[in-house]
Each structure stands twice: as structure tokens, then as C-alpha cells.
Design a binder for this molecule. Structure first.
Ligand SMILES: Cc1ncc(COP(=O)(O)O)c(C=O)c1O
Length: 654
């Protein structure tokens, strides 16, 4: 007997407004954790995006890693393959390292009973068969196990608790290789609703009356902003008591926009087979990008892992990556059991410097992996030529670069293979978490598919993400145009100040502006005698006081993050131990262009995205102009206070 109905669960989740502010639905994950710990009488739950992720979490949580032997009597072939891929030996005697429960619509009310029968220190609960896409949890009474398991995730709850930093903790808690095992809040909300309904007597399942909320559940802006008046732009700075350019109550911006089509699309999709929903979306997006083959994934990180194995990367190979990117680029290389070799960026584009890449090539280099940073395509012609000269694969990280182009070729179709994130804060989000791997050749595509099969890895995208993506894709070109217009307007205004420089875009490149990095030119307003990082920090404070949500986005080169300082990898230093000559202990100064960029730039993230209003954009522009007019205020702040260089503070993920 089905204990709940998928369509009803989905409809109720959508009515509750979870999807309306998807990237802020952090309450959904703790709420599901609470439900699972209560039902299983365990003290901690770690949510992940697949059964294999939960198995990995259960083993890594108990401190098992590469080279260890684990007791897993009676395991199936798929699990054996996956545990083998993690580099662990399997002993068939003695108590199991974890027990496993799989829930479906017919036994979703039995979690408590099933959990009581488990005696292992870790309990894997597979939630996939509930019907909302791959989902699972690790349940345990050991807080150390839960902490170590959380640290397997890039951006797990401990990163949120520490404000996205990966702090030096007890050595056994420092992350090694990390995967994006994050569960989408939308999937979590559906799972929670299904478990709650399944646990109730049938009589309770009567018609649901939606109670009227006095708070809007949509993200429609609540009040309009007026264009800036001249008097406002010449008034005192907000940091010194003036009125801010964007009043506090009107600072929140909306992203992504959810339309009726998105919601209907989701509701209709549940009538189709999940693999058809995912397959249909994959085909539509593959065609949009113009790649020959694609594999949908649970995250951008997993898509990059597949792009690397599709390109033929083998354990111990070297892959050249930029020192400036998100940590997932380099962690995907480690996931492929290869060694990331970090090189500096170009001082104008902030993407990988092809000359630096050339210098780093050795006889063990197999691929170059540029990142289209913030949405600007990297120097692909130069990197392609380099790859051809040295017989290397070109693997794109196109996670920031939806619809970005060089000429007519879209990012994702520029390299031999590519990976791309579709998570909630990207220009093309799929309602939570997701990714897409692209392949130029059928061989590369088959290699990646075969790899997943052979190693029993579950990287599948949820059909919920695919359904949301399919309808969002139809509006992507419109959003691209709005962002391009916003970037142009802001760029013109910044250029006029002389002090602020908009992003540099080489001719023939189309920037997607997932982020918008502004470079400071202190000489333009006579503050170049001060340390540049102090000028930047002062400007940052002044802009934030005006209501401009400027950020650093990365404060140190990636090799200076803990996983690349400690290099435990899958355990016992694997795969770094395969190729010790490729490994370096880096300092920020090893990457002078990256260090300089971190000291002298600030970033706007979602502020240019549709539906950001023209009036808001003009207010951002005027806030920059207002600050540029006040070198005296910048000088005072920069000299009165002691600002550390960005990379002298704890490494931050975002
Ligand atoms: C450049 C870059 N690469 C890879 C990723 C990883 O994507 P995901 O978070 O979807 O795993 C991100 C995510 O923010 C990113 O910014």
C-alpha cells in the first residue's frame, strides 16, 4: 500500500513556499535532520544526495579511509565496487561497519521499527525510493562520526556554522577529499513531507486546508525603489551618518524568479518516469550548449569529476588548475585520484594564465582545466594550442559560465570535456543542486558512463531539479540579456569614476556575469600611497554602509585551503602519495596575480541578475560614485584601522 501520494506531497511543499527562496531554505535540512533523529532515536543525522554518499559518509565518519579494511558482511556487488573505489578492503567477518535501511512509499512509516533493529555504529537510510530523486542520510550516536561525515561535503553544515570557513580543528577533522554531497532543500522538504504523511493514520490524510498566511510566500519585491536623485549622490556617506543609497528595508534581491510555468512543470513532471524527466532536460540543455554528449549529475563537483574521467585522467596524473577558483575545481581533480597543480591567473581576465600553465607542464601532466571565472571564458585559443602541442586534454570548469561564449561556441562545448554547476546561486539554477557534464566525443562520454557503472557511484540528478531546470531554461536567454544590459550600465558608470574598473572582456568573448568583479585603481583618486588592501577594505565598508552587498568571494589561493595543506585525500595521503613530485606547500605569494587581485578587487554576486530593477542598478552605480568622490574618507578609514590582507585571515569557501 502506498502511504502517501507523490503529487500531493509535491503540491504541499510548493504551496508552503520552499522553492520560493530556494537558496535560503536552510531550515529544510535541519528540519529533516530533526525528524530522522527523532524517528530513529539517534543523536545526529547527516543528509546527503545519494545512497553511495551516505555509505561514504558512514565509513569516513568512523575514520575509515584509503588502505583500511572494513567489515561489511553480506554486501551486494554494487556496494563492494563503491567501497573498493574508495580504496578500502572488505572483511566479511565480524560486526558490520554500518547497517542499511531503504525506505519507499510502502514502508515509510517503519523507520523507527527498522532503526531499532540496527546495532552498527552507523545507520545508512536510503531515501531514494520515496520518489523524489536520490537522497539518503547517515544516522549515528557518535558526534565525532557525524562531524567527520559533514566535512566530506563541500559546504556542509559545519561550513555554514563557521561562516564558510574551514578552520583548523582537531587534525582528524580537517577535510581530505570532499564531494558536493549536499541534499537539495527542495528534495529534503519533499522527503520530510512524505515521511510525515506516511507516519500519520490514513484518516488524517483528508483534504488539506491551506491556512492563509499574512506573509507573502512569493519573492515578489515588496516595494519599488526610486531612481537616485542628485542630492542623494552628493550627500554625506552612510558610514559617516548620511542616508544610505539603498535603504535597509529594500536591500533584499530576488533570485531565482519562480513562475507559474516552473510550478506547473514540476507538478506535471511527477506523472512521468523520473528518468524521462531527467533525460528530457539533459537533451534540451545539451542542445542549448551545443555539446555532443551530456551526463546529468547531482552537482557541479560530480560533473567535473566525470569530465575528468571522461578525458581519460588516471590516478596519479597531474591536472593543471588555476589557483583562483572555487575549491570544488581542485577537489574534483582529487576525486578523480589525480593531483591538482596550481598556477597563477592572468592579471586582467582573472582566468588561468596560459604562460603559467605551460611552465607547469611535466611528463605526468594529462589535462589543463581552466575555469571561466565569474562567467568570462578563459583564454581557450591559447590553452587549446598548448594542449595540442603537449598532447593534453582540455577540461572546462564552466560552473560560472552558463551561456558564456567565445564567438559562437558556448562554454561547455569549448573543451574536450566540461563540467558545470547548476546549483541555486548560479545564473541557471535547477531549484537546489545539480550539474551537467559535457563531452565532445562518444569515447569520452562512454568512459564516464562506464566509470560510474564499474565503481557503483550514484551521481544521479533528481527529477525535481530536472523539471525545474527544463522550465527555467526557456527564460535563460531573457535573463542573459538583462544581465548583459545591467553589466553594461554599471560598467559605464564605474568607468566614469576612474577609481573603479569594470571586468575586462577580451574581444570575441561573451561574459555571463555570474559575478561582477570590480577592480580598484587607487592612483585615480590619489590614495595609491596607501596599501592597496587597506584601501579596498575601507571602500568595502563604505559600500556596504550604502547598501551595496559587495563581497570578497575567495580570500586566499585555493592551495592555501586546509585540504591542500594537509593533503590527506581519500586517506593516508592518497592520491597525493602517487606522485610526490607534483605536490607543493604553497603560500599566497606564490601566485602574485591572484594575491594582487584578492587585495584590490570586490565582487557583486547576484546583484546584476534578473529581475534586478534598473533603479536599483542606478543606485549601486551612484553608491560607487559617491564613495569614489571621497578619497578623504577612504584615507581616514584606511589609516585609522589595521586591516589584514585577505589571505592573512582564515580561508573562506565563498
Ligand atoms: C568554479 C566552480 N566550480 C565548481 C563548483 C561546484 O559546483 P557545485 O557546488 O554545484 O558542486 C562551483 C560551485 O559554486 C564553482 O563556483
Amino acid at each position: 500500500m502506498e502511504l502517501y501520494d507523490t503529487a500531493t506531497v509535491l503540491a504541499r511543499v510548493l504551496v508552503s513556499g520552499v522553492i520560493m527562496s530556494i537558496e535560503k531554505s536552510d531550515r529544510e535540512l535541519p528540519a529533516l535532520e530533526r525528524l530522522l533523529t527523532k524517528q530513529t532515536a539517534r543523536t545526529a543525522a547527516v543528509l546527503v544526495n545519494s545512497r553511495t554518499a551516505a555509505i561514504h559518509a558512514a565509513l569516513a565518519g568512523q575514520g575509515f579511509g584509503y588502505g583500511d579494511e572494513v567489515r561489511l558482511p553480506g554486501i551486494d556487488e554494487r556496494t563492494r565496487a563503491f567501497v573498493g573505489w574508495l580504496g578500502m578492503g572488505i572483511g566479511a567477518q565480524g560486526p558490520a561497519a554500518f547497517d542499511e535501511i531503504s525506505l519507499s512509499a510502502s514502508n515509510a512509516d517503519e523507520l523507527g521499527t527498522l532503526a531499532r533493529q540496527s546495532t552498527a555504529p552507523a545507520l545508512v537510510v536510503d531515501l531514494t525510493e520515496l520518489g523524489f530523486g536520490p537522497a539518503a542520510a547517515l544516522l549515528t550516536d557518535d558526534p565525532g562520526c557525524a562531524s567527520r561525515a559533514e566535512r566530506l561535503k563541500i559546504f556542509g553544515s559545519q561550513d555554514l556554522r563557521t561562516m564558510w570557513t574551514q578552520q583548523e580543528a582537531e587534525p582528524e577533522l580537517v577535510p581530505g577529499v570532499q564531494f558536493n554531497y549536499r541534499l537539495s532543500p527542495l528534495v529534503a522538504a519533499c522527503v520530510r513531507m512524505a515521511l510525515t504523511r506516511a507516519g500519520r493514520p490514513a484518516a488524517d490524510h483528508g483534504p488539506h486546508v491551506v491556512t492563509r498566511s499574512h506573509r507573502m510566500i512569493t519573492d515578489f519585491p515588496t516595494a519599488p525603489l526610486a531612481p537616485p536623485a542628485t542630492a542623494e549622490t552628493t550627500a554625506e556617506l552612510a558610514a559617516f551618518g548620511g542616508s544610505p543609497m539603498i535603504p535597509k528595508a529594500l536591500r533584499r534581491t530576488v533570485f531565482p524568479v519562480i513562475t507559474k510555468e516552473d510550478l506547473f512543470g514540476l507538478l506535471l513532471a511527477q506523472r512521468n518516469a523520473p528518468e524521462d524527466v531527467v533525460g528530457g532536460f539533459t537533451e534540451a540543455y545539451r542542445e542549448y550548449v551545443g555539446a555532443s554528449h551530456a551526463i546529468p549529475t547531482a552537482s557541479g563537483t560530480s560533473s567535473l569529476h566525470l569530465a575528468l574521467v571522461g578525458a581519460g585522467i588516471q590516478p596519479g596524473d597531474e591536472v593543471i588548475v588555476p589557483a583562483f577558483t572555487f575549491i570544488a575545481t581542485a577537489q574534483a581533480v582529487v576525486a578523480a585520484k589525480a593531483i591538482p597543480v596550481f598556477v597563477d591567473i592572468d592579471p586582467r581576465t582573472y582566468c588561468m594564465n596560459p604562460q603559467a600553465a605551460e611552465v607547469a607542464i611535466t611528463e605526468r601532466t594529462r589535462a589543463i582545466m581552466p575555469v571561466h571565472v565569474h562567467g568570462l571564458p578563459a583564454d581557450i585559443p591559447a590553452l587549446r594550442a598548448l594542449c595540442q602541442r603537449h598532447g593534453l586534454a582540455l577540461v572546462e570548469d564552466a560552473s560560472h559560465a552558463h551561456s558564456a561564449r567565445i564567438g559562437d561556441t558556448v562554454a561547455g562545448a569549448l573543451g574536450d570535456t566540461a563540467g558545470q554547476s547548476l546549483m541555486a546561486d548560479k545564473n541557471f539554477p535547477v531549484g537546489g543542486e545539480g550539474g551537467m557534464a559535457f563531452f565532445a566525443s562518444a569515447d569520452a562520454h562512454h568512459r564516464a558512463e562506464d566509470y560510474l557503472r564499474r565503481h557503483g557511484i550514484d551521481y544521479r540528478m533528481s527529477w525535481i531539479a530536472a523539471a525545474f531546470g527544463a522550465s527555467q531554461l526557456q527564460r535563460l536567454p531573457y535573463y542573459d540579456m538583462v544581465r548583459a544590459r545591467n553589466a553594461e550600465l554599471l560598467g559605464e558608470a564605474l568607468t566614469e569614476t576612474g577609481f573603479f574598473q569594470p571586468p575586462f572582456v577580451p574581444s570575441g568573448h561573451v561574459h555571463a556575469y555570474n559575478m561582477y568583479r570590480v577592480t580598484l585603481v587607487p592612483s585615480a583618486i590619489g590614495v595609491d600611497d596607501l596599501p592597496i588592501h587597506a584601501v579596498k577594505s575601507a571602500v568595502h565598508e563604505l559600500l556596504v554602509a550604502e547598501g551595496v552587498p559587495a563581497r570578497e568571494w575567495q580570500n586566499t589561493p585555493i592551495p592555501c585551503h586546509l585540504p591542500f595543506k594537509h593533503r590527506t585525500g581519500f586517506g593516508a595521503g592518497y592520491p597525493f602519495s602517487l606522485n610526490p613530485r607534483a605536490v607543493r606547500d604553497h603560500r599566497p605569494e606564490d601566485f602574485p596575480a591572484t594575491a594582487r587581485m584578492l587585495e584590490s578587487t570586490l565582487v557583486l554576486c547576484r546583484e546584476l541578475r534578473a529581475p534586478v530593477e534598473y533603479e536599483r542598478l542606478m543606485r549601486y552605480a551612484q553608491a560607487f560614485a559617491k564613495v569614489a568622490r571621497r578619497p578623504d574618507a577612504i584615507r581616514k578609514l584606511a589609516t585609522d584601522r589595521t586591516f589584514p590582507r585577505p589571505y592573512e585571515t582564515v580561508a573562506r569557501l565563498g
